[in-house]
Write a protein that binds this ligand. Structure first.
Ligand code: TZP
Ligand code: IFP
Ligand code: MG
Length: 216
């Protein structure tokens, strides 16, 4: 996996926007997001054929812009649409099972909120870890207590150069401290999905993260 894919990692499901999610995704792609995760869960989340159809259309869009398409949690859906990878939480499918049953070139991401989870994910063979929530967020109802910049720095120090993307309450003003603390990129839901102009917000994240990473 190329760690630069983590630089501006947009995540969205149909209930993270009041607009047509495909339009929002296309604008974010035009703005320069570097990876996308389809995370369809929570209130009014699509299921069955609607979820499958949206996933297929989102993957098609991402591949038009040469951006990897990742599915959250749902391994069967990821296989059905031939996704580029999967992201799982601590209570989802285990990495070793995924590695045995899924395409060998898949990008496998794991959520981690503390050092132990991060080290376990690394030992299990995760390609990257999603570390957070860094700041408070309303987007994930069961998010754990924010770990802040210091928690991110502590995890970076524990996992060596394992690719890390930070997540949770991230806006463009937080980019520098997060990259400085050791993240390879930022993962964003509402700052882009709820933006008046997702394209220009993605463009700013692209510029700020590129500049911040160049200092590292
Ligand atoms: C999925 C997830 N995992 C930890 S916080 C979070 C939600 C992040 O959403 P936002 O970028 O809108 O704070
Ligand atoms: C709960 C999550 C935590 N991190 C990430 C990512 F940013 F992709 F690493 N995605 C999630 N769905
Ligand atoms: Mg999960």
């Amino acid at each position: 996996m190329n760690r630069s894919w983590l630089r501006v990692y947009f995540i969205m499901g149909s209930n993270n926007t009041t607009r047509n999610p495909l339009e929002v995704l296309e604008e974010a792609l035009q703005g320069g997001i570097t990876m996308f995760q389809f995370r369809e869960k929570g209130k009014n989340a699509y299921t069955g054929d609607m979820k499958l159809d949206l996933a297929q259309k989102m993957k098609q869009l991402c591949h038009q812009y040469n951006v990897p398409f990742i599915v959250n949690d749902d391994v069967d859906l990821a296989i059905a649409v031939n996704a580029d990878g999967i992201h799982v939480g601590q209570d989802d499918a285990k990495v070793d099972v995924i590695k045995r049953t899924c395409p060998s070139d898949w990008i496998i991401g794991v959520s981690a909120t503390n050092k132990d989870e991060a080290i376990q994910a690394m030992e299990d063979g995760a390609d990257y870890i999603g570390v957070g929530p860094i700041y408070s967020t309303k987007t994930k109802s069961d998010a754990k207590k924010p770990i802040d910049i210091i928690g991110l720095a502590y995890i970076r120090q524990a996992v060596g150069d394992l690719p890390i993307v930070a997540i949770g309450g991230i806006g463009m003003t937080n980019v520098f401290p997060i990259i400085k603390a050791g993240a390879d990129g930022v993962s964003i839901i509402s700052a882009i999905s709820n933006a008046n102009n997702p394209r220009s917000v993605a463009q700013v994240f692209d510029a700020y993260t590129s500049y911040a990473v160049s200092f590292r």
